[in-house]
Design a protein around this ligand. Structure first.
Ligand code: PMP
Length: 281
């Protein structure tokens, strides 16, 4: 297995990072996940732009051009050129004596790897999810490597034998532990607005664009926990989740069998069609 680390391709065993790396000590870094499908890197530019935006937000001085220029190098070294795969990338604030203040003049630590990974055209799962308190911080718009709140709520979902946790902040549904969440009511698609309480998912943005292309009305407004029972359909979105129907959310059962709502299906099909074209740029 090969890893890209600070400008070089090395084998995974030789990819060593200092214990003084701020990513390790503080979770002081940004990450990104994207997939390569039949027609290349799926929404590569959108993912790299988000990575750059996030780095700028937290003042890590790094230009993602280096990553962009080395993606093909990594894929080749990993024998994954033109293969279905998942690419993980992270950039941390680098190695410095442990001190909260940002160190000056320290190069960022840049790491990425690619693994074989395939995705069905449509996610076959009809998800079950629990509701969990959203006790994360108030900058969930930042794709930080510090994911304690996300992994703790996800673990609660696993322990409840469900697929995902939908998070509730101030009485409204924000997002999933590693997904965005959408509802459908009377033909209108509803989702939490992209503010500091959610990660503005690339898949979320794609789905909103598909709604506009398909003349499906959209309302970016938070859904209260007590409104869930009145919703007609619900689905999660994410890079590896794609568009996943929700059969059950908390005490609300949307479907008893393998049924899927008609707006959800429409979006799943439209989303699958994007794989027929090259979306990298
Ligand atoms: N919200 C959170 C908290 C996430 O971690 C993710 C990414 N897995 C998403 C939403 C979905 O983002 P994207 O569609 O860009 O994968």
């Amino acid at each position: 297995k090969k890893v890209y680390l600070n400008g070089k391709i090395v084998s995974a065993e030789d990819a060593k990072i200092s214990v003084f790396d701020r990513g390790f000590l503080f979770g002081d870094g940004i990450y990104e996940v994207m997939v390569q499908l039949e027609n290349g890197l799926f929404y590569k530019k959108a993912h790299l732009d988000r990575l750059q935006d996030n780095l700028n937000k937290i003042g890590i001085q790094y230009n993602i051009k280096e990553i962009d220029d080395n993606l093909e190098v990594l894929l080749k070294a990993s024998n994954l050129t033109d293969q279905s795969c998942l690419i993980y990338m992270q950039v941390t604030r680098g190695v410095a004596p442990r001190k909260h203040s940002y160190p000056k003049g320290v190069p960022a630590t840049v790491m990425m790897y690619a693994l074989p990974f395939s995705l069905p055209h449509i996610n076959p799962k009809n998800m079950k999810a629990i509701l969990e308190p959203d006790f994360r911080w108030h900058r969930c718009d930042i794709k930080s490597t510090s994911l304690l709140g996300n992994i703790m709520t996800n673990e609660a979902a696993m322990n409840a034998n469900t697929n995902e946790a939908a998070l509730v902040r101030d009485g409204v549904i924000s997002e999933g532990s590693h997904t965005n969440i959408f509802f459908v009511k009377d033909g209108t698609v509803l989702t939490h607005p992209a503010n500091e309480h959610i990660l503005n998912g690339i898949t979320r943005k794609i789905v909103l664009k598909l709604c506009s292309d398909l003349d499906i009305p959209v309302n970016e407004k938070p859904i209260a926990e007590n409104e869930i029972e009145h919703m007609d359909e619900a689905f999660f979105t994410g890079t590896t989740t794609q568009v996943a129907s929700i059969a059950q959310l908390g005490s609300r059962t949307f479907y008893k069998n393998d049924e899927i709502g008609k707006v959800t299906i429409k979006l799943q099909k439209a989303f699958a069609q994007l794989r027929e074209i090259n979306t990298a740029n």
